[in-house]
Structure formats: C-alpha cells, structure tokens
Design a protein around this ligand. Structure first.
Ligand SMILES: [Cu+2]
Length: 199
C-alpha cells in the first residue's frame, strides 16, 4: 500500500493536467459511421515545470486552472467541433481556431490554421481560403460567469495528423482581405488529435 501511495502522488500532476479524456467510437446507425472524441483539460502556464496538454500564454485573459473541453464529432458526411471554456474573463469576445501543430511553450509552435483547401500563399490572409468554411473557426463570447462555447460544422474531415490543436486568441477573427483569419495574439492553446475517426 505504501508503494501505491507513492506512485499515486507522483501521478497527481499528470492527473491534474488531464482531468478527463475519452475517445468513444459510437455505434453506427444505418451505415452512417459516427465517431466522437471529447477531452476536458485545465489550462496551465506555458512556462510551468511541465508542458501540459492545455497551456495559457496570458494568465489574465486565460487564467491558470480555467477549463476547456473540445469535442470532435465525425460522421460520414460531416465533422462538428465544439469548444467549451469556463473560468475566463466575463463578457469578453475571443477568437479561436483549429491549428495544424500541437501546442508548445511558444505560442507560434501551434502552426497555421488548418485549411481544407490549402492556400498556396503563407501567411494565408486571403478570404478565399481564410474563412469559416475552409477553416474551423470557434470564436466565442463569454457570459457574466466567464463561460463560453462555440461550434463549427463542415462537410469535410480533418486529414489525420494535420489538425492538432485549438488556439484561443485575444480578439474576434477578422474576415476582410489582407487580414482574414487574424485574431490578435495567441493567448492559450489545447492539444487535440483531430481526424482519427475510422483510421
Ligand atoms: Cu488561430
């Protein structure tokens, strides 16, 4: 029992970092394949002792211990992503998108926005590519309690390995030419392996 207690203490940090994580392929209905992956995590400072799955780069806009849940629901003809946050600043607009790379200690490590049709030019600020249909945008406005949520729906699927995080930005996503897709500084990031359905 003493040995067990010691290992439990050692594992406590990891448990705090990943409160709950589930990947649940659900039963197919009439040939329609249906896959749901949901992950809930607390944000930790990106410069902390351990790089956790959800990191905050700005503890004023996204406080440590605030919580995030990301759900990917993939069906035969569609993909739906849901973002839910709590513990953020009340009554405030944030931008958010699915990005290509996992979160790192530096905000830029999460890469560019995931695009179904890739813009040959980088950075992609052309509204023909940088738009909410070709990318997964999850902008939200928090309520008086600091809770917020957003959902994106598409008729395409993520290519496995090419969509690996959700990044929260300091402001709403712009849509005009030359600035489309921009949403200010990256204030937090959660690593999520999208596009694993049926592979
Ligand atoms: Cu982004």
């Amino acid at each position: 029992m003493v040995v067990r207690a010691a290992s439990a203490v050692a594992a406590a940090g990891a448990v705090m970092a990943a409160l709950a994580s589930a990947s649940v392929p659900t039963a197919a209905a009439e040939g329609d394949s249906h896959y749901t992956a949901r992950s809930t995590t607390q944000f930790s400072p990106a410069d902390g002792p351990v790089l956790t799955k959800a990191v905050t780069y700005n503890t004023k806009l996204v406080p440590a211990s605030s919580q995030v849940t990301v759900t990917e629901e993939a069906r035969t003809e569609s993909t739906e992503v849901t973002l839910e946050v709590s513990g953020l600043q009340p009554n405030r607009a944030y931008g958010a998108h699915v990005h290509t790379r996992p979160c790192g200690r530096q905000p830029a490590e999460s890469g560019t926005h995931y695009q179904d049709r890739k813009d040959p030019k980088e950075p992609s600020v052309d509204p023909a590519y940088a738009n909410a249909k070709n990318e997964a945008w999850l902008d939200f406005t928090t309520d008086a309690d600091g809770k917020g949520s957003a959902k994106s729906s598409h008729n395409w699927h993520f290519r496995a390995g090419e969509a690996q995080s959700v990044v929260i930005h300091a402001r709403r996503t712009a849509t005009g030419p030359g600035e489309a897709g921009e949403a200010g500084k990256r204030v937090a990031c959660v690593t999520v392996p999208f596009g694993q359905a049926g592979r």
